[in-house]
Design a binder for this molecule. Structure first.
Ligand SMILES: C[S@@+](CC[C@H](N)C(=O)[O-])C[C@H]1O[C@@H](n2cnc3c(N)ncnc32)[C@H](O)[C@@H]1O
Length: 226
């Protein structure tokens, strides 16, 4: 299965009975599609495009140690891990409830090479330089202590390892910026300060090499090497 097919299968896996959160992340239910359109100015194709870009640092035959932080419900990544039987995957999240959903999804898909771990991205319970790849989807905008998250994701990555993912960036879509400022921040869903596409590129260039940053509306996708 190609990467695009794997990501598309996330939509199929959730289908009509997806919860609100999964529907929103996959742009696949009526409320999910409405939020994608209204807040993010995205349809399924744009949604698919940003997820594909965010995952582009994960080779299709990856076989090393991969850390996903935070995994959430695993809706976007379990279809990918299903096709990486030689990888040694660790999934971490702060929320036991979100991770329980990811665990159920992994079990349902018959994936056995994942370890789940509850923890804080700002104090990762792993040794220095212990992962070949660190993946972080849709989350840096939510972390209250972003500097600790940048530090910790860097610390646990091996030299030569890949760091990739995506999150909200300011300045990519005016409508998204409005919703984030007036709703998401006030409700505590997202925590400023937020990167722009340029500031994200500059930050990553200061820490990593082979930095690639692309924006899809208000989402910045990145891939770089330590
Ligand atoms: C928007 S979800 C994204 C989840 C997943 N990566 C995805 O794309 O579906 C944000 C996740 O971050 C987790 N989270 C928030 N703060 C965290 C922290 N300090 N350490 C670990 N996880 C955290 C939440 O529990 C939640 O599952």
């Amino acid at each position: 299965m190609t990467r695009k097919e794997q990501i598309r299968s996330a939509y199929k896996l959730t289908g009509g009975h997806a919860g609100f959160y999964d529907g929103m992340m996959t742009c696949s239910t009526l409320p999910g599609k409405a939020i994608c359109r209204l807040v993010w100015n995205m349809d399924r194709e744009k949604n698919l495009r940003y997820v594909e870009q965010a995952l582009s640092g994960v080779p299709e035959d990856f076989s090393g140690r991969l850390l996903e932080v935070p995994v959430g419900t695993g809706v976007l990544t379990m279809p990918v891990y299903r096709e990486l039987p030689k990888a040694d995957v660790t999934c971490l999240d702060y929320s036991a409830a979100m991770m329980a959903a990811a665990r159920r999804r992994a079990e349902a898909a018959g994936i056995t090479n994942i370890t789940f771990c509850q923890g804080d991205v700002g104090a990762l319970p792993f040794a220095d330089e212990s992962f070949d790849l660190v993946l972080s989807l849709n989350s840096f905008h939510a972390f209250p202590d972003k500097e600790a998250a940048w530090r910790e994701t860097y610390r646990v990555l091996k030299p030569g390892g890949v760091f990739c993912g995506c999150f909200y960036i300011r300045g990519g879509c005016a409508r998204t910026d409005w919703f984030i400022r007036h709703l998401y921040v006030r409700k505590g869903f997202f925590t400023p300060p937020f990167e722009t596409e340029n500031s994200l590129r500059e930050r990553l260039q200061g820490m990593y090499r082979q930095v690639d940053v692309t924006g899809v509306e208000g989402i910045g996708c990145f891939r770089c090497r330590k």
